[in-house]
Design a protein around this ligand. Structure first.
Ligand code: FAD
Length: 394
């Protein structure tokens, strides 16, 4: 019987532990805080919708597959009070967004509806200045509730207030040394977001923490009418627990954890474009908020899959046409991280992919998509093995 250790108790870690436990694998889930979901996955509301590009790409494939996968996961695990597929309006707030939407509507007629501003206002329940595309099955969820429910499994041992320090090979198993103990297992999945760089096996992975601030306001008479999520490059959600979540800011290279008034004001100003009526009714509210860090990769693609020994690879680079199976794989050591702004739809799918391949099942991802997400792509590209990076899984 295989055993596993998952490092990090956000949505990536909790969904990975769940996917492993579902397959009968006893799993220890280690989180450094006293409770799960205290960092990026700790926002009271997460929005669930795919962001697509005009030219169909592997990223779109990931967004759509992940969106459908998370919805299915919510339906089977989470009580209906903790998520709502209330629909989402992506407003055509400028010419380039409108041009994009006119293309998308042709590509995805079964998923999207194009609405003028009057139809959009009726659907939203508040007056809007723009029309746009409507995702009828998009919505919001409570990320921390999902983490809690996924990790509440007889085969998952949740270890909180303990920080994983190192990962070593020991007698055919992986040993995770933490502050308080040392644990051995056949499978280790690194799900600790930007802190994965602390592990020697992850030195070639390129990631950046991106600060984000979300704000909250109490509903007003006008804003209580809001029935769907409304988005430009900002969003506002209908009141959940008597609070509207809206925002969010993006700032690379900023490490300050306290709320920033400038960011609050910029999130408030963005409401004007979302709906002038909402802006007028909310602009004088008392705002609260929350700061956290997204983990962005250089190519805006998550990291999901088994690691190779990058040091061994660099010491003895393979020929360009070598069989990827002959690379120095670190058997049983995986990464699920780098989910940027879309972790609610990408992390659970990556978790299912990793648990499946760890158990020798056929991959649930198309080979090209799995290769695109491989955490080894950076070292392979660096060694000039671009084609191998694209065809790692055939
Ligand atoms: C302001 C903001 C708004 C967002 N809105 C949305 C949204 O609407 N929809 C959406 O899909 N996504 C959204 N995101 C992105 C989403 O929150 C992330 O993609 C997702 O939460 C990442 O999950 P994670 O598990 O990889 O990371 P995290 O949730 O950060 O979890 C990593 C965990 O690892 C733990 N850890 C770190 N090092 C160690 C160690 N050595 N030992 C033990 N534990 C360790 C940390 O304490 C943390 O709990 C938003 C992000 C931000 C910041």
């Amino acid at each position: 019987l295989k055993t596993a250790i998952v490092i990090g108790g956000g949505i990536a870690g909790c969904s990975t532990a769940y996917a492993l436990a579902k397959r009968g694998i006893p799993t220890a889930l280690i989180e450094r805080h006293a409770a799960l979901a205290q960092e990026a996955s700790g926002n009271p509301v997460g929005v669930l919708y795919p962001k697509l590009s005009v030219k169909p790409s592997l990223s779109d494939q990931l967004q759509l597959q992940g969106f459908d996968f998370t919805k299915q996961l919510l339906a089977t695990t989470l009580q209906a009070t903790h998520f709502q597929l209330c629909g989402l309006l992506q407003l055509a707030h400028n010419q380039s967004e409108l041009n994009k939407q006119l293309v998308l509507i042709k590509q995805y007629p079964a998923r999207l509806q194009l609405l003028d501003s009057q139809q959009a206002s009726e659907l939203a329940g508040v007056p809007l200045s723009f029309g746009g595309v409507f995702w009828s099955d998009a919505g919001w969820l409570r990320p921390s509730k999902l983490c809690e429910v996924l990790s509440d499994h007889a085969l998952i041992q949740v270890v909180t207030a303990d920080s994983a320090l190192s990962i070593l090979q020991n007698a055919g198993k992986w040993r995770v040394q933490s502050e308080h103990q040392s644990l051995d297992a056949d499978i280790v999945v690194i799900c600790n977001a930007a802190d994965l760089k602390q592990f020697s096996q992850c030195q070639d992975i390129s990631i950046t923490p991106v600060r984000g601030q979300i704000n909250f306001a109490l509903p007003t008479e006008v804003s209580r009418g809001l029935k769907t999520i409304v988005c430009t490059d900002h969003f506002i959600a209908p009141a959940v627990d008597n609070i509207h979540a809206f925002g969010t800011s993006y700032a690379r290279n900023r490490t300050d954890a306290s709320l920033c008034e400038e960011d609050t004001q910029s999130n408030v100003r963005a409401l004007r474009q979302l709906s002038p009526a909402l802006y007028e009714s909310l602009k004088n509210s008392t705002f609260t908020g929350r700061v956290a860090w997204r983990t962005a990769t250089q190519d805006y693609t998550p990291l999901a899959g088994e690691l190779v020994d990058a040091t061994a690879l660099r010491a003895s680079p393979p020929r360009y046409n070598a069989d990827p199976k002959t690379l120095p794989w670190l058997k049983g050591l995986f990464v699920n991280a780098g989910h940027g702004s879309k972790g609610m739809i990408t992390a659970p799918l990556c978790a299912e992919f990793i648990a499946g391949i760890a158990c020798g099942e056929p991959s649930i991802l198309a080979p090209r998509l799995a290769a695109k997400m491989s955490p080894n792509r950076f070292v392979l590209r660096d060694l000039g093995l671009k084609l191998m990076a694209q065809t790692l899984y055939g």
